[in-house]
Ligand binder design. Structure first.
Ligand code: GSH
Length: 192
């Protein structure tokens, strides 16, 4: 099996996503320290973000690219649907996580003490949208876990870690999905 190194901090939601993908696939990896914003970081990731994956001579950045690479190039359970519409839906939810949820749940709540009505309203609106989807199936796309669930899980966990669990009040679909995700070994193995 190819040796996999993952650069980034354990507390990063995107690093956790890629770690969860590796755990779900049964891919062994080494979490490597990152000299954040130093020149060695720029050599791995010119935009100075994390995660970065290295395997053999290949270096990859951007978590979607990394997640798809790990899913498609290693043995283990497939984490993407085969049917085109379901694949598109998986990518739709990955985009939702990356373009809206990361902004409204992670970046907004990271700004310490930011409990403004605007921030809380946007976060709650996003969670209600996710909840509606999760009332229709066990996971974001039907009844199987796919990559999109592994993008969502660390962002939802982050909201709880930041002490904003009240945002989940009454969201039963999301609550059931959280129990399913939190019972997985990939979730506990990547807790920071
Ligand atoms: N589009 C990137 C986003 C990665 C990203 O923003 N990661 C955060 C940590 S969760 C980061 O590197 N933050 C450092 C910074 O913004 O300077 C990806 O999907 O990998």
């Amino acid at each position: 099996m190819k040796h996999v190194e993952l650069y980034g901090f354990a507390g990063s939601t995107y690093v956790r996503t890629v770690r969860m993908v590796c755990e779900e696939k049964g891919v062994a990896y080494q979490l490597e320290p990152l000299a954040f914003r130093q020149s060695s970081h720029g050599e791995l990731h010119p935009f100075l973000r994390m995660p970065v994956l290295r395997t053999g001579d290949a270096v990859l950045y951007e978590s979607v690219a990394i997640a798809i690479f790990v899913d498609e190039s290693f043995e283990g359970p497939r984490l993407s649907p085969t049917e085109p519409l379901d694949r598109a839906r998986m990518h739709q939810w990955i985009s939702v996580c990356n373009d809206y949820l990361y902004r409204d749940l992670v970046q907004a709540l990271l700004k310490s003490g930011d409990r403004s009505d605007e921030v809380m309203t946007a976060a709650r609106r996003d969670l209600e949208i996710v909840d509606r989807q999760l009332r229709a199936g066990s996971f974001l796309v039907g009844d199987e876990i796919y990559l999109c669930d592994l993008f969502l899980a660390p962002m939802i966990a982050f909201v709880e870690e930041k002490g904003r669990a009240s945002l989940f009040h009454g969201l039963e679909g999301l609550a059931a999905w959280r129990s399913r995700l939190e019972s997985r070994a990939s979730f506990s193995a990547t807790r920071s």
